[in-house]
Every structure is written in structure tokens, then in C-alpha cells.
Design a protein around this ligand. Sequence first.
Ligand code: PBG
Length: 336
Amino acid sequence: MSLYPALRPRRLRRNPNLRRMIRESTLSVDNLIAPLFIRTGHDVRHPIASMPGQFQLSVDTATREVEELAEMGIPAVLLFGIPATKDAVGSDNYDVDGIVPSAIRAIKQAVPEMVVISDMCFCEYTDHGHCGLLNQPDSPHYDEHLPEGYLLNDATLTLLGQASVVHAEAGADIIAPSGMIDGMVATIRAALDDADLSHTAIMSYAAKFHSSFYGPFRDAAESPPSFGDRRQYQMDIANTREALKEVVLDEGEGADILMVKPALPYLDILQRMREYSNLPLAAYQVSGEYSMIKASAAHGWLDERQVALESLMAIRRAGADMIITYFARDVVHWLS
Ligand code: PBG
């Protein structure tokens, strides 16, 4: 049987150069953001059990790591802090000498060109592990109309503004609020502008879902909630329109970059956001996405390199400009 000539797309898959010429999406070092976990101490490189190949680093080892990442061509890092002490209000987050501000100063001094993104949330710093201030009878913010233990939105905003200024003054190029607190982008924008930090950008975790794929991260950042869960602030996994509503709000509030998190199970959200917004988009390939691949590879069930690269290409194809990935280092080796 003779087919009409146009029905033969395999013609353009015939050899590697033809395939290269028609490739629609790309993955390069330019797209990568490497997350780093910073803890107190000196010369610390503490393996994270649930995330093979990832470590908690002290400020000095993190700085050396960033020097290497810069040599590899990776443009940006995302910092998380594990403070020496946690309290009800997460004060280490807005302490000028807190763990992340200290790391930002050291990194920017050693590698000024590295784009430093600061994850802006309170869950790593509070003793209860929630992402802001809780409604508690002994607190000055107590609201009798709200249940005990409820995350107080506006009192948390004030602290987010304060902490963002501290991180930006330490040298952070981008503040990345990740708590899904209403008004977080507007509040942080106003606080930065008031402090003459209008050049500091905001990458908003616009659509952050209440995902079980964050499981391994809670080991890494030592930040599981001590009671309850995060459903009152993170988004229901079933919702798309609500994600688009968050996009509209965050754009209006002054976000410079929008993020979707997790990445691979939420490619539909990413694609819709790509159609909806002209802002640059980031996707966060989260701890669970990483550890699933690592665990299968350790059993010999999946090819780590191929599956990781396929996942990242899919995230790019769906519309992400940049990807936060624990594979950042590996990708540079794999692509070279
Ligand atoms: C803090 C935060 C979390 C992650 C990034 N920032 C945890 C959470 O929200 O529960 C998860 C990242 C990952 O799983 O790799 N708000």
C-alpha cells in the first residue's frame, strides 16, 4: 500500500542530526537552579538519608560548593536554612546573623555573580513546623474567632516582610516566598521597596500544592509540622482554576517569576500557567520526584540518567523556563 507522502513523519527521525534539527525543546545548564540546605557548624557535609547524594552543609562548605557550581556554569542556587534553635515565631529567619542571611553574605562575597534565591518561609524556623505564626492564647496576636493552632495570615505577613528585607540586605538577588500566605507577594514587595531594595526580585511559589511528594524534604530541612498538616494554606491537589487565580493575584501583587510545585505530576498546571501569564515560569522538581528516581535506580529498575533527563525535558516542554532540581550537578555532567 502506498501512503500519501505527508504521512511519513519518520523521514525526519532518520538520523541524529535530523532529529537535532527538529527538536522543539531544549535542556541546558542555563535552566538549572540548585537547592542547598545550610546548617550551623564548620566543615559539615551531612548526608540526607531520604535524598541520596544530597547533604546539609555548613556555611563554609556551602560556599565551596557554590564556587564549584559556578565553575560548572550553574546560574543560581536556592537556599534553605536549618537553624541551631527554633522558636514559636521562627526568629532565626529575620535575625541578621541567622543561618540563611549568614550563608547569603558568605556566598555573595565568594561568588558575586551567582544568583542567590532565598526560600522565604517560616516552617524551617518554627518549633511547631508550620509556615507562620499560629493562633495561640498566649500570643499577642490571639484571635478568639479563629481556632487554636490556625495559621494567622496577616501577622505572618508582617514577619515575612521583615525577614525578606534581612535576606535581601544580606545580598539575596531573589526572595522566593513559599508559604502560600495570602498577600505575601504584595507585602514583601512593599517591604523591599520601603527599604530601598526595589532591585530585589520576587519568585513566588504561586501554585504550591499540598503534596506528599515533599516527604523526603522534611528530613532534609528538619521541618515536619509537629501537629496537623498544611492543607489550610497549600493548595488542594485537585484544583486547576484555583492555581490560575493565584497566578492573577501574584502577578498583580508584583511577582517577577511564578513557580509551580511539584513539577512532573503538575505539568498540566504548568502548561496552563504558560498560556495564562507572560512572566518567566519556574518549576520545582521536588524531593519526592528526586528520591523516587534515586531509589528505583539503586534497585536497577530505572536508568537514573535517562529518567532524570526525560523528566526535566518534560518539565521544559510543558513551559518551565527554569527548573529547581536536586539533579542540577548531575545534569551538567550528563549534558557535557
Ligand atoms: C517550605 C518548603 C517545602 C519545600 C520547599 N519549601 C516543604 C513544604 O512545603 O512542606 C519542599 C521541597 C521539596 O520537597 O523538595 N515551605
